[in-house]
Design a protein around this ligand. Structure first.
Ligand SMILES: Cc1cc2nc3c(=O)[nH]c(=O)nc-3n(C[C@H](O)[C@H](O)[C@H](O)COP(=O)(O)OP(=O)(O)OC[C@H]3O[C@@H](n4cnc5c(N)ncnc54)[C@H](O)[C@@H]3O)c2cc1C
Length: 389
């Protein structure tokens, strides 16, 4: 029997980072079990690349079984229930008891919430949709319209749909194609965390790139070749339908049902956590990453991003290790971070700052080649640290 066992539920960005840090900080006799339904991991940022480049997903994919070399027990299976009061989970019918439990189950895509989505939209946030999107873009008719649609908030990586539109526009122009790319969002601003002034600057960049942005477009239904919208607020008129040849869509997201059913959301849409320690309302149970809701001082929520999931996981791992040793508490989650927005031309911008400051200090940098290099290094360094290559 191990001295202590930690169950990390979810082998995505945050779960892997947590398991690796735990292994570095726990005693050799302690056990780290990482539970995941997929046998491989690929970083979210590969999905936009995959719409343009057939090799992109495979090049960034790694087998989770490689974590066994780090003495992490990788359990390939379905988490069917979480029992927070007992620090346990049911995995493929078997009950697993732990001394600490980290819930890193992400945000689940919910295309079923929009009538017609599954029939007529291509879900570019799922790996399966990426290949379909690439084929549809390759077959776009002359003068055709690609609509990049945001069907609900919050969704992971707020800049990603805009990045996709900018990269696709460049892709079409480079091929002498006269098709157009447009984006719609239910929100009145493109990237609310930047505030009105920051959004004005970014939206004028979209304008210059020839990407129309349709704000306050709350999609209600998808039909063949068109999206219908609801009134954005009571008494306001519904925007007219928008037609498309190809609809590349970001579906609504929800908390995974297994998390909702566990009671960890306490009646909220996501798991509420202490913003500095990631503790839930249950002793020894932590939640990190996209599955959580972390309010900021300006009333917005911390954006869902892999870097935050990672840093939260590292904080949690250190806290669990020090608790097992009987030490006092460790460094809190600082809320600093950056996220990339590639805009074409071999450049990227960074949305960066101190998100937990009062008020949050978040800016978007000017696009530069060095930020694109930083984005590539961001992935490479993590894959090397976690998987060895
Ligand atoms: C196009 C795109 C671009 C992005 N670019 C960036 C970027 O540049 N920088 C950045 O920081 N972030 C980026 N992100 C966001 C980033 O991918 C997410 O925020 C991050 O993956 C969240 O990590 P997580 O661990 O919370 O959840 P995930 O990485 O989603 O992991 C959750 C895991 O839980 C598993 N799971 C769920 N339910 C069960 C169950 N019942 N049983 C077993 N397993 C289960 C899932 O299979 C999944 O692997 C991007 C995302 C997208 C889609």
């Amino acid at each position: 029997m191990p001295t202590h066992r930690v169950l990390v539920l979810g082998g995505g960005f945050g779960g892997i980072a947590t398991a690796v840090t735990l292994r570095e900080q726990l005693e050799p006799g302690d056990e780290v079990v990482l539970v995941e339904r997929h046998p491989t991991y690929v970083m979210g940022l590969r999905k936009n690349w995959g719409v343009l480049d057939a090799a992109a997903i495979d090049e960034g994919e790694r087998a989770l079984a490689r974590l066994i070399d780090k003495r992490i027990a990788v359990l390939h299976g379905e988490i069917e229930a979480i029992h927070p009061e007992e620090r346990a989970a049911t995995i493929d019918g078997e009950r697993w008891q732990a001394d600490a439990l980290v819930v890193a189950l992400g945000a689940q895509r919910a295309p079923e919430q929009v009538p017609g989505f599954s029939e007529h939209a291509i879900d570019v946030y799922g790996v399966e949709g990426v290949a379909a999107a690439r084929e549809a873009v390759a077959e776009l008719r002359p003068g055709g319209r690609i609509l990049v649609g945001i069907f609900g908030v919050p969704y992971p990586c707020p800049p990603a749909p805009f990045e996709l539109a900018l990269l696709l526009t460049e892709h079409l122009r480079q091929r002498g194609h006269d098709g157009e790319v447009e984006v719609f969002s239910p929100l009145p601003l493109s990237l609310p965390i930047l505030g009105q002034a920051g959004c004005n600057t970014f939206e004028s960049r979209l304008d210059v790139a020839g990407v129309p942005f349709h704000r306050s477009h709350v999609a209600s239904r998808v039909a063949a070749g068109g999206v219908a919208f609801a009134p954005p607020s009571e008494g306001a008129p519904a925007p007219p339908d928008r037609s498309f040849d190809v609809l590349l869509a970001i579906p609504p997201h929800r908390v995974p049902p297994v998390v909702f059913e566990s009671g960890l959301t306490a009646g909220k849409p996501w798991v509420p956590v202490h913003p500095r320690t990631l503790e839930t309302g249950f002793e020894g149970i932590y939640a990190i990453g996209d599955v959580t809701m972390l309010p900021l001082s300006n009333g917005q929520m911390l954006p869902k991003a892999g870097l935050f999931a990672q840093r939260e996981g590292e904080v949690v791992a250190a806290r669990i290790a020090s608790h097992f040793r009987g030490d006092s508490a460790t460094a809190p989650f600082a809320g600093d971070g950056a996220c990339f927005l590639e805009g074409g031309g071999g450049q990227a911008a960074q949305v960066e700052g101190g998100f937990l400051e009062d008020p949050p200090r978040v800016v978007m940098t000017e696009p530069a080649a060095e930020h694109l290099a930083a984005k590539r290094a961001f992935e490479r360094e993590r894959l090397e640290a976690w998987f060895g290559a």
